[in-house]
Design a protein around this ligand. Structure first.
Ligand code: XMP
Length: 311
């Protein structure tokens, strides 16, 4: 649906005001364009009755907790940064199945919010759920971390009601709303990043050490591809290993896949045809800057048959 952003914002603000009344609200803000836009929209409607919550689950990209915290506070939004790294890593212990990991993340995510909602005495939480999230979860393509009611889980079981002001929009519509709200380009044009974050990009068990590898590889991929104008650019750490040579010695080391895709709305995507020199530089940097990595691959698959993320 193409939206008239001005009308959308006007209607959304009055609907939010009506639903929320004088209650206090918390917003689950991961820093992506969807949750930032949803948060800012609700802030416009309820002002200081909103607290944005950024949970540091230990799965974010380099510098992300600081970036999100500073951006929200600079927008004049009350913000709370919650350090839950230990608890999140705890739930991933021994889990290797993609859906099991997604469900564990979702459960921890909502429990953490439920706790904050209780402490802050709020009734509503805001989420940046968009239409593609709902469609893909309902179709059973994946358990999107932020879709509950649509698949029959009552958010009240976690202790609150959910506000999803963007649920009828696709990504391009969200960006239009973000621009109309006056959010900076850094936010409105931000590359999408999934709620369960790097946990989807560490195949197999999610440990702090393995997340650190994919975080650094992601930073390298993002740096080297930032001018391509692509939809999503990232790195994935494989669960299996491969033979390689480091410092003249045979080693059995990690494998990283580089993924760069072009897409409008994430419902379909194309693997980007990239200049070989760029790919070569990324592979060199990753294997040099990450001692445990011996092999870099480039993913040539479109969506479908692949998905954008590996899990
Ligand atoms: P897939 O991998 O299904 O992803 O092609 C489509 C788009 O959605 C993002 N994604 C998620 N975003 N929570 C999110 O907030 C999730 O659980 C989730 N899973 C995938 C993915 O990065 C891509 O942009």
């Amino acid at each position: 649906m193409m939206v008239n952003a001005k009308d959308f914002i006007k209607t959304a603000i009055s609907e939010i005001k009506e639903t929320v009344g004088k209650h206090r609200v918390i917003s689950a803000c991961s820093g992506g364009v969807d949750s930032m836009t949803a948060t800012f929209l609700v802030h416009k409607a309820v002002g200081d009755n909103l607290i944005a919550i950024f949970i540091n689950d230990g799965l974010r990209r380099e510098g992300e907790p600081e970036f999100v915290y500073n951006t929200l506070t600079n927008l004049g939004i009350n913000t709370l940064l919650i350090d839950a790294q230990k608890e999140f890593f705890q739930i991933f212990k021994g889990k290797t199945d993609a859906e099991e990991k997604r469900k564990a993340f979702r459960d921890k995510f909502y429990k953490t919010f439920g706790k904050v909602a209780k402490e802050e005495k709020v009734k509503f939480i805001v989420q940046g759920t968009i239409k593609a999230d709902v469609i893909e979860t309902v179709q059973g393509i994946k358990s999107q971390h932020n879709v509950l009611a649509q698949i029959g889980i009552d958010p009240l079981s976690y202790g609150y009601l959910i506000l999803e002001p963007l649920r009828e929009l696709f990504k391009p519509g969200v960006r239009m709303v973000a621009r109309e709200l006056g959010l900076s380009k850094e936010i409105s044009e931000r590359m999408p990043f999934p709620g369960p974050a790097l946990s989807l990009r560490v195949l197999g068990e999610v440990t702090p050490e393995r997340v650190a590898i994919v975080r650094k590889a992601t930073q390298i991929v993002e740096e080297e591809t930032k001018n391509l104008g692509t939809f999503q650019n990232f790195a994935v750490l494989h669960n299996d290993k491969a033979t390689g040579i480091k410092n003249g010695k045979r080693v059995y080391g990690n494998i990283i896949t580089i993924r760069v895709v072009v897409s409008e709305d994430a419902v379909t995507a194309k693997a980007k045809e990239i200049d070989y020199n760029i790919l070569f530089k990324i592979a060199n940097r990753i294997t040099e800057e990450l001692p445990s990595v011996v092999r870099c691959l480039y993913d040539l698959t479109d969506k479908p048959p692949s998905t954008i993320e590996f899990e």
